[in-house]
Design a protein around this ligand. Structure first.
Ligand code: HEM
Length: 122
C-alpha cells in the first residue's frame, strides 16, 4: 500500500536529513540549512503524516488517487530540497529545479486536500 511505502521513505529521508544536520554542525557551515529544513519537513514529517492517514483510512489509501499523490509527493519532496541545495551552492542558474520541485509538492498537497475532503467521514 502507498501509505506504508511513504512511511518507509520518510524514515530514510529523516535519517539522511539528520545526518546532514550533524555534518553541518561538525563543519560549522550552515549554508545548506534551508535544504536540510525542507528535506526534513516536507520529505520527512509531511510524508510520514500523509502515509499515516492512508494507513488509518484504507478507503483513502487504497485509491489510485492516493498512489498518484504519494509518488508525486515523494518525487517533489526530494527534488525541491535538492534544488534548494543546488541554488545555494551554484547560484540562480539552477533555479529550475526548486521551482519544478515546489510546483510538484503543491500539486501533491492539492491532491491530498481533495482526498481528505472526500474521505474525512470514512
Ligand atoms: C539529528 C538531527 C538534526 C540535527 C543535528 C540538525 C541540525 C541542524 C543545524 C546545524 C541547523 C542550522 C542551524 C543554524 O543555521 O544556526 C539546522 C536548522 C534547521 N533544522 Fe535541523 N537538525 C536535525 C533535525 C531536524 C529535523 C528532524 C527537522 C524538522 C523536522 C529540522 C528542521 C530544521 C529547521 C526548520 C532549521 C532552520 C533552517 C534555516 O534556518 O534555514 N532539523 N538543523
Amino acid at each position: 500500500m502507498i501509505g506504508s511505502l511513504m512511511m518507509c521513505v520518510s524514515v530514510v529521508v529523516l535519517l539522511v536529513g539528520m545526518l546532514a544536520g550533524i555534518a553541518m554542525g561538525i563543519q560549522q557551515n550552515f549554508t545548506l540549512a534551508p535544504a536540510h529544513a525542507h528535506l526534513n519537513l516536507i520529505g520527512g514529517v509531511l510524508l510520514f503524516l500523509f502515509g499515516l492517514y492512508y494507513r488509518l483510512i484504507p478507503a483513502a489509501g487504497t485509491t489510485m488517487l492516493a498512489k498518484v499523490q504519494g509518488w508525486l509527493h515523494i518525487s517533489g519532496a526530494i527534488l525541491f530540497p535538492a534544488g534548494v541545495a543546488l541554488v545555494l551552492l551554484k547560484g540562480p542558474s539552477a533555479e529550475a529545479a526548486p521551482i519544478l520541485g515546489s510546483l510538484i509538492v503543491v500539486a501533491a498537497m492539492t491532491l491530498f486536500g481533495v482526498i481528505v475532503f472526500r474521505t474525512s467521514q470514512a
